[in-house]
Design a protein around this ligand. Sequence first.
Ligand code: CP
Ligand code: NVA
Length: 320
Amino acid sequence: MRHMLMDDSLTSAEQNQVLHLAAQMREDRFLRRPFEGPKTVALLFDLPSTRTRVSFATGVAELGGHSLVIDTGASQLGRGEPIADTARILSRMNHMIVWRTSGHERLVEMAEHASVPVINALTDAGHPCQILADFATIAQRRDGLEESGPALAGRTLAYCGDGANNMAASYLIGGALAGMHVRVAAPAGWAPSAETVQRASAIAAETGGSVTVTGDPREACLGAQVIATDTWVSMGTEKDERIERALRPYEVTEELMALGDDALFLHCLPAYRGMEVAASVIDGPASAVWDEAENRLHAQKALMTFLADAASSSSTGQAS
Ligand code: CP
Ligand code: NVA
């Protein structure tokens, strides 16, 4: 069974295939109906969400299906029912499971015991659906999608801010998979883990991309075609006064944007203006954040279609 647990749950070619399908689905919202029936998809949320919840629920409906949006605090999972038992129950009734949870190992456990595809809707380790939407946005706004070959290979993406969080890890791994040059600028104490850098570097060695971690946001942004950031306080982490002191130099300002190569600005949202990004940048002409948010819908519909196709090929014995 294929799952989407992290960005590299897809191969580089499959990531490209999903991005192409997302672009087609943006043009034709009802191109494919893999959940016709309707089939059902369980959307589980341990943490708050606006975009992920709405884009998955809308996406499942547009694919012909029906979604169950479950705040897990109101379910038995929230009272400690084992993840494995929940996985077995949901798999008996639903065709896919989408889960936002804090501990990535919880998602892995769900996938180990599920007999339907499981999708990461954000964990502490990564946010791969957001990265697909981001890459769909870069292709839409800057480069178009080539007929063959990786869509974004050779482009440079700089991420400034909390380098230890889920978005930074997904940019590193997903960007490497796309053959991009990913640069992360973060202060000491907020750098990506050695394990993430190693994992991304190994992928980049195969795709022709590269991975750079620096303490200097100017070095990261110089010549970059995309400049991205994320909140300094991720869900489940505590805000303290050290954060603003350490991360203030990494705020994406117009000065940093000017170092880029006609750079596009991306932010997964929600955004905190005057903290990780200046209002003049996120609300300015280089910002693609509203397309980026809309592309959550198209990218996840493409991903769910890909996983539904893979699941039906494996159940009929065809290679996926
Ligand atoms: N970007 C994102 O995942 O937004 P939500 O937290 O609103 O789902
Ligand atoms: N890094 C942020 C992303 C929110 C979509 C968080 O985990 O809260």
